[in-house]
Design a binder for this molecule. Structure first.
Ligand code: 3H9
Length: 647
């Protein structure tokens, strides 16, 4: 079966792209489209052409797997231009997503029809590139400057309804898409054809608009270059003629495509798609997950419950007494109220989310749930007690999960009847927002349980990473090493503020010390103290010294830094210098890049050990943990990717 085929509906030709899974524009598809243009232009019986796709979506874009290789002819801009200049008008019939090169293809058509649940967009910046086949130059002519800047520099797709409002498509179709497109094609002789986009004038914007947009995007991008380069393409589209703007866009695309940020972002793109499919699980069916329960309504428990509700699962929230149940429900209400405030949920949707939560103090309510996630205090005896109750009450096929971040899941599961259904599900706070889910099976966890954990991640829109059992699993183990290395730098005379600045400059939102001040130094301190009390040899950290002096972070008025009341800006602290015997006057001079390299190198080194121990299955999983759980800049690809690129 050819990837591009032509059929007839009377005097209308229907061109179908069939290149599973997402109709990406491989060389064969580009050639097939060009051949179709030539063949149909030569056929006097054809009055118009409908372009549609087989399978689950319209064209999802250029074939990302071709990006690492030399470009092969025909190039997409030539295909797009051939369709735009054809003797017959083409109509795009969009279902699923028309993204990147797929949307550029649709922009070459005279009309664009889309199903109501379809979306269109230019996500190129998320791959470290800009549109390379006229996306910026044509979109700005249809949607205007502001909307085009928003679409192209964020890369976020829009639904058909919004696309219609923006002028990106011509019609939203509720009925049969192909039928509607063919009907429009047949009706074309009665309509005035819209002018092809190259002949339309580009809108303009003043200098102030561009300066303001540049400032906004620079702040948001934190070192990522593609959004700014996309902005430059859009500006050029308003200031030059069509052909000059196209040449500028193409040159930018080719330059970025060959660069390190695009390479890193492609690595992440494929890593994210590989993570949910561990080889060992292929073919193992997941158990149905229709109802869930969360034990513990604190910050973590409420966040997990919110994530489950967002995925549409009814949730039972168990707490030890009525007051705690009420606090748990209040925590959940706060989460949904926050989503309403940020415009992510309507009032009605937030109410429905809460209505689907049943608070209870009685474990008997869990007799028929499919999944229970425990998120109580990090104490082995408390957790074991919870699972003993769950083991007695829940169905034998219910999945029982612990959200522990530091305890050994094998010890938590000890004594549980049918341990095959037990698993660790390590969420990151806030659990309804953070994308990472570490999935931690014990040696006794059954394949069906593991497969269900991956299925749950998909339902919740999380990035699942399987982790073996060790202290801190993958993420917190690397975090510990990262913090230790940052402390080593302080001991060697580097200024605390320089280390934080280096990591911000690298692309993190915060440096290691600012992050500890925000989250609180006491949690890790208590954990170390617990280990010391259990007789383990845990060396005293600088953070311990600060906590012992009452400096627990922002919540106690200061940690690694001082803070003025009501102000989160970190101020260098004389008290910290005194407590840690630091002399700011003799601080080591080092460039920010070498500080960051050393800290990222330590993360990669720990990652390599984790990999060699079999705790992580693949190096790209470690990168995903850092990106989705710890704020590692996505456009740097993760510590393992960085280490591999350095050699
Ligand atoms: C571009 O277009 C540049 C142009 O401007 C310029 C050109 C000159 N290529 O995500 P899923 C694979 S840049 C190759 O799980 P979903 C994916 O790896 C491109 N492969 O599906 C996976 O393979 P496997 C701009 C691709 O239903 C399978 O398809 N476009 C591509 O959850 C299923 O993927 C984008 O950035 C691709 N472009 O979501 C769109 N896309 O099964 C990227 C997917 O072997 N794609 N694959 O693991 C998406 O956003 C989603 O795939 C989509 C479907 C929403 C379409």
């Amino acid at each position: 079966m050819p990837v591009v085929s032509i059929a007839r509906e009377g005097n209308v030709a229907v061109v179908t792209i069939d290149n599973p899974p997402v109709n990406a524009l491989s060389q064969a598809v580009r050639q097939g489209l060009l051949d179709a243009v030539t063949a149909l232009d030569a056929d006097p019986a054809v009055v118009a052409v409908v372009l549609q796709c087989a399978g689950r979506t319209f064209v999802a874009g250029a074939d990302v797997s071709e990006f690492g290789k030399p470009p092969q002819e025909p190039h997409l801009p030539d295909v797009v231009s051939a369709i735009e200049n054809t003797a017959r008008p083409w109509i795009a019939a969009i279902h699923g997503s028309a993204l990147g090169g797929g949307f550029e293809l649709a922009l070459a058509c005279r009309f664009r029809l889309a199903l109501a649940d379809a979306s269109v967009g230019l996500p190129e910046v998320t791959l470290g590139i800009v549109p390379g086949a006229g996306g910026t130059v044509r979109t700005i002519r249809l949607a205007g400057v502001e909307a085009a800047v928003d679409l192209v520099t964020t890369g976020k797709p829009v639904r058909a309804g919004r696309a219609l409002e923006l002028g990106l498509i011509d019609e939203v179709v509720d009925a049969d898409l192909l039928e509607a497109a063919v009907a429009l094609a047949k009706d074309l002789p009665n309509r005035t054809l819209p002018e092809p986009l190259p002949q339309r004038p580009a809108p303009v914007a003043d200098d102030a608009f561009w300066t303001d947009a540049e400032a906004r995007i620079t702040k948001r991008a934190r070192g990522e270059i593609a959004p700014l380069r996309a902005l430059a393409c859009l500006r050029r589209a308003t200031e030059s003629d069509f052909v000059t703007a196209m040449t500028f866009e193409r040159a930018t695309f080719l330059e970025l495509r060959a660069g390190p940020q695009a390479s890193a972002l492609r690595h992440v793109f494929f890593a994210e798609r590989a993570a949910p499919k561990p080889a060992a699980l292929s073919g193992v069916p997941a158990l149905p997950l229709r109802t869930a329960a969360v034990i513990g309504g604190g910050t973590m428990g409420a966040g997990i419950a919110a994530a489950l509700r967002d995925a549409g699962l009814p949730v039972i929230l168990i707490e030890r007494d009525e007051a705690a149940v009420a606090r748990g429900i209040a925590n959940l209400s706060d989460i949904f109220a926050g989503a309403v405030k940020r415009g992510r949920l309507t009032d009605a949707a937030a109410e429905a989310r809460i209505a689907g939560v049943a608070g209870s103090t009685d474990y008997a309510a869990l007799a028929d749930v499919d999944l229970v996630i425990e998120a109580v205090f990090e104490d082995l005896a408390v957790k074991r007690d919870v699972f003993a109750k769950l083991g007695r009450i829940c169905r034998t096929d219910a999945i029982l999960a612990t959200n522990t971040s530091y305890l050994d899941p094998r010890e938590i599961a000890e004594g549980l009847a049918n341990p095959a259904r037990f698993i660790g599900l390590h969420f990151f706070s806030p659990a309804n927002v953070m994308k990472l889910l570490e999935i931690v099976p014990t040696p006794e966890t059954g394949d069906a349980t593991l497969a269900s954990a991956f299925a749950l991640a998909r339902m919740l829109g999380k990035i699942p990473v399987r982790s073996g059992i060790c202290e801190g699993f993958i993420g917190n183990r690397i975090l510990k090493r990262y913090r230790a290395e940052a402390e080593a730098l302080v001991r060697q005379g580097h200024a605390i503020a320089s280390i934080d600045a280096a990591m911000r400059h690298y692309g993190f939102a915060m440096g290691p010390f600012e992050a500890q001040d925000l989250g609180g130094l006491d949690i890790a301190f208590l954990q170390r103290e617990g280990a010391r009390a259990a007789g383990r040899n845990v060396p005293e950290t600088l953070g311990d010294t600060l906590v012992r002096a009452g400096r627990k972070g922002q919540k106690s008025g200061g940690g690694w830094y001082d803070y003025n009341v009501g102000d989160r800006r970190p101020l260098p602290s004389d008290e910290v210098a005194r407590l840690l015997c630091l002399d700011p006057a003799t601080a080591v001079e080092a460039d920010l890049g070498s500080i960051a390299d050393r800290l990222v190198g330590a993360m990669a080194d720990e990652g390599a050990t984790i990999l060699s121990e079999g705790i992580a299955e693949k190096s790209s999983d470690i990168d995903l943990v850092e990106i989705h759980g710890y704020g590692f800049p996505r456009w740097r690809g993760g510590p393992m990717f960085q280490a591999a690129s350095d050699h």
